[in-house]
Ligand binder design. Structure first.
Ligand code: DLL
Length: 438
């Protein structure tokens, strides 16, 4: 099923010509309306008229998260505040949040893209969508909510938290679609079990999970534990919120990015050079329809590759491979690049451990030390020390074999790692504290 046949299956040539027209108009607009862009383009010696082909996009400078901070709160808006009907913000780990504003047309486009995403993921009218993404400044809750309404499904605005009540509502209201972070879906399953409910017996059919990195292996585990199809949805507040890209249920392999609204590029995060389709690198996105806060070549820091091959679902919009993680979360352990999701994929394959883990990174001298803390299940926990030691050695070996890094492994009690109602905190970085401490 396709929500918007006309646009989702537009032949590539027509799609690219639409992109070019929209890009040119967008570049003109930001140059005229947003002082930051005018100064940035001038500094790089490029003018809106220089954008004659899609390839000319590469002549424009990047926009960074820091640019948003420097122009806090409204400096990058391209319309007066009277035209902004919604404001969201993403809470950075440090300092002020980044602020984004939407015009009415932006909200309509966002709802359209979310409706497309729901349908691509296998949801439809008549579904009861249990929306456990947080409502508030975070874009997840309201973004999914408006899309679900546009689709014409029945949306339950649960938001995050109150986990026991979530189970009751899902059961009593007959929820068929669950939207939340992948880590929260497993927490819900665990909480249901504690209530004596097997979440597999509920009406849930599809989960639409995103907002944090997750591995293919944990997808398998979620599908098994919840007895659903688990679909990957990607987005970020700077660009839109949820619904920038989504997997289709037909292929469940790669996320279609809505190219009539966005132009994706992949760059080498070190040099900024644009990489050819198929290569792994940092995702850069240009918005070509956004009015409130257009983004030109925004560096997302997310690592992926563009899949150029046509998809069996019939959509012509290219796909992004599941995000490997964020370049800022990438750990360099004795020279080896490691993403938390790679560790996750190893852990999920090991019997006796639960999919709840945390990575502690510290520094000894100039070396990064990685400690993997992972919960063992009840049965294993009551085993003899020797068995636990063997398990811990085995995990260490599998990580070493797979990723080439040696880490410490600490097995911890069931339910001792903090559960999150939103984005899970997988990495605890003690390195800065270390250097300040001594
Ligand atoms: O997380 C928007 C969202 C809400 C997406 C609900 C999907 C579902 P931010 O809080 O601005 O926005 O965080 C954006 O989260 O740059 C990625 O690093 C990460 N992220 C989002 N979706 C995925 C995903 C929302 N499917 C940041 N896989 C992004 C991996 C993801 N990482």
């Amino acid at each position: 099923m396709i929500w918007n046949d006309e646009f989702e299956t537009l032949p590539r040539e027509a799609l690219e010509s639409l992109q070019l027209g929209r890009l040119q108009a967008m570049v003109q607009r930001v140059y005229a309306m947003v002082p930051f862009y005018k100064e940035n383009f001038d500094r790089h010696g490029v003018r809106p008229e220089d954008i004659r082909t899609l390839a000319d996009l590469q002549r424009l400078p990047f926009t960074l998260k820091q640019d948003m901070r420097d122009n806090y709160p409204y400096g990058l808006f391209s319309v007066p505040l009277e035209q902004i009907v919604r404001i969201h913000a993403s809470s950075g780990t440090t300092g002020k949040p980044t602020v984004v504003g939407y015009t009415r047309r932006d909200i309509d486009n966002w709802s359209e893209m979310m409706a497309r995403s729901f349908v691509a993921a296998g949801a439809h009218r008549g579904d009861v969508i249990h929306n456990a993404y947080g409502y508030g400044l975070f874009t997840g809750g309201l973004g999914a909510h408006y899309g679900a309404e546009k689709l014409g499904a029945s949306v339950i605005p649960m938001s995050g938290g109150n986990t026991r009540k979530q189970i009751m509502i899902m059961k009593d209201f007959g929820s068929t679609v669950l939207t939340c972070t992948p880590s929260y879906s497993l927490f819900l399953a665990e909480a249901a079990r504690e209530e004596g409910i097997d979440i597999r017996d509920l009406n849930l059919r599809v989960g639409i999970f995103g907002a944090e990195p997750w591995s293919e292996e944990i997808r398998g585990q979620i599908e098994e534990t919840l007895n659903i199809k688990a679909m990957d949805i990607y987005g970020l507040s700077e660009i839109l919120g949820p619904g920038v890209a989504i997997e289709c249920v037909e292929a469940q392999s790669g996320l279609h990015i809505w190219e009539d609204h966005f132009i994706p590029e992949i760059i080498d995060p070190k040099t900024g050079e644009v990489l050819p389709a198929g290569e792994l690198g940092e995702l850069v996105i240009t918005t070509i329809t956004k009015e409130g806060i257009p983004m030109i070549r925004y560096r997302t820091r997310d690592i992926t590759r563009i899949i150029d091959e046509p998809c069996i679902c019939g959509r012509t919009h290219r796909r992004l491979q599941r995000m490997s993680g964020r370049s800022d979360d990438m750990l360099i352990i004795r020279g080896v690049n490691v993403f938390p999701s790679q560790i996750e994929s190893v852990l999920v394959g090991i019997e006796g451990v639960e999919p709840h883990y945390q990575l502690l990174v510290s520094r000894e001298g100039t070396l990064d030390i990685l400690e993997v803390q992972v919960e063992v299940n009840e049965a294993t926990f009551s085993d003899e020390i020797k068995i636990l030691q063997e398990l811990s050695k085995r995990i260490q070996k599998e990580i070493k074999d797979m990723l080439g890094v040696t880490c410490k492994v600490r097995l911890v009690e069931p339910r001792s790692i903090a559960r999150s109602e939103g984005k899970a905190q997988r990495v605890v970085d003690l390195r800065n504290q270390d250097s300040g401490g001594a």
